[in-house]
Write a protein that binds this ligand. Structure first.
Ligand code: ADP
Length: 444
């Protein structure tokens, strides 16, 4: 059967075989984060710095003026509405702009100002009157490359004669003529091709090499090796910069292979906590029963905004249709939508135009929707082996201690899943109270 969901303009097919979960797509998530980001992400942690030469003085800046940038670049920064460097920029910019250039590995969660920092470094090192590629930035996808290119264009608005070119699949390398643009942003495969096969980029002349989104990059088959081949052909005096939002060992190993003699800057992520979240569970017999309980809750409290999580796409669709048919206004955020569509749904939700968002596990990962007061686990997050997925539980419900508001979480539980809920309770050592959905006084 097929149902049209108003507002989405799409028809949702409910086919029985569509049981699959959404897959984590790091690049899509990263792009989504960029599309919906409006301002800097705050952090209470200190920036940790590891200098390659510990005896050299450590500079940090509180203003952009202190960086002695070209006039037109400073104008560009202010035109973007930046008043002062972000936390990570305070430490990173002096290193990135130092003479002689220093190499850098920097890690901080998305939204902390990494892109703006390396775009600033590229623009400040470019010589506009020299018409050949001087800065090379590798990104995991075309869309992410474009986002970075937009920042170059905004920040470099007053740097006339500085131009960007995208080395991505589908974009033809010029034949027989040299590239005259100074900044190349591209994906590793195409850049490799343009450098070695078509020979339109002369790596000897590159002054700044940026490897962005290293964690996403190593997740993509072949990209690490291709990036390393490019890096190996650069001159030793070329400045090399690597950025990542996360720092698992694999990213670290890759970073150390590809960036010689680096300074390292880290800004730890704000920890999520369940401390200011009231957690409840409602015991149910089956899916229909869960739905009924959800409706009771829905009517019983004056709702702010809610996110409802389902384990599979199919369940999420079923629930969406069910709620709509009962006259509730809900929207469905699913992995089948394009990143643009997802961004626009999240935007509407943030703007308060949508009150209830139904989604699957991974869709909302890494998406920070601060104003959500109610989270419903229509299905408990489980891993492949049927055990509780603690990390996902924390991600769905937890808030960062200082910036997060109070919240309420409801878990809809079939009787046979109850032991799993207790495991979660033990794991986090935080109480999940039983709730009688017919008696909502409990919550107020
Ligand atoms: P990241 O690369 O770490 O994800 P971005 O450089 O994209 O972070 O910055 C995140 C958001 O913050 C963007 O909207 C960007 O325009 C903005 N931003 C970056 N640096 C500053 C700053 N110094 N002051 C104000 N806003 C900033």
């Amino acid at each position: 059967k097929s149902t049209t969901v108003p507002g989405l303009g799409a028809s949702i097919n409910i086919s029985e075989d569509d049981e699959e979960e959404d897959m984590v797509d790091l690049a899509a998530n990263s792009l989504l984060n960029k599309l919906i980001r409006q301002s800097l992400v705050e952090s209470t942690h200190r920036v940790e710095v590891l200098q390659k030469d510990p005896s050299s003085p450590l500079y940090s800046v509180k203003t952009f003026e202190e960086l002695r940038l070209k006039e037109e670049l400073l104008k560009g920064i202010y035109a973007m509405g930046f008043n002062r460097p972000s936390k990570i920029q305070e430490m990173a910019l002096p290193m990135m702009l130092a003479h002689p250039p220093q190499n850098l590995i920097a890690q901080s969660q998305s939204g902390t100002g990494k892109t703006a920092a390396f775009v600033l470094a590229m623009l400040s090192r470019v010589n506009a009157s020299e018409l050949f590629p001087q800065c090379l930035c590798l990104a995991p996808t075309y869309e992410l490359a474009l986002q970075t290119g937009r920042v170059v264009e905004q920040m470099g608005k007053f740097c006339i004669d500085v131009e960007v070119m995208y080395a991505v699949r589908g974009n033809r390398a010029p034949r027989g003529t040299d590239i005259t643009k100074q900044i190349i942003i591209g994906t590793p495969g195409t850049v490799l091709d343009w450098c070695f096969k078509r020979k339109v980029i002369d790596l000897d002349k590159i002054r700044v090499f940026v490897l962005d989104e290293a964690d996403v990059m190593i997740d993509t088959q072949g990209f690490s090796d291709q990036s390393i081949r490019i890096q190996r052909a650069l001159q030793p005096e070329c400045q090399m910069l690597l950025f990542s939002a996360t720092f698992e060992d694999s990213v670290w190993q890759f970073a150390e292979r590809i960036i010689p003699d680096p300074n390292v800057i880290k800004l730890r992520k704000e920890e999520l906590t369940l401390n200011n979240i009231r957690q409840y569970y409602v015991l149910c017999d089956n899916r229909k029963d869960k739905y009924q309980a959800l409706c009771n809750i829905y009517g019983g409290i004056t709702i702010g905004q809610a996110i409802i999580f389902c384990q599979t796409r199919r369940n999420a669709k079923w629930l969406t249709v069910e709620m709509m048919q009962d006259g509730h206004q809900v929207s469905l955020l699913s992995g089948e939508l394009t990143v643009d569509q997802r961004a626009s749904i999240i935007q509407r939700f943030r703007d308060g135009k949508e009150k209830v968002l139904i989604t699957t596990n991974v869709c909302a990962r890494g998406i920070d929707v601060k104003q959500v007061t109610i989270v419903v686990n229509f299905d408990l997050p489980l891993n492949q082996t049927g055990e509780p997925d603690y990390e996902t539980y924390l991600h769905r419900i937890g808030r960062t201690g200082r910036f997060g508001k109070k919240g309420i979480a409801f878990n809809m539980i079939e009787v046979n899943k109850l032991p799993l809920l207790f495991k979660i309770q033990d794991h986090f050592n935080s109480k999940i109270k039983q709730l009688d959905p017919d008696d909502m006084d409990e919550i107020e």
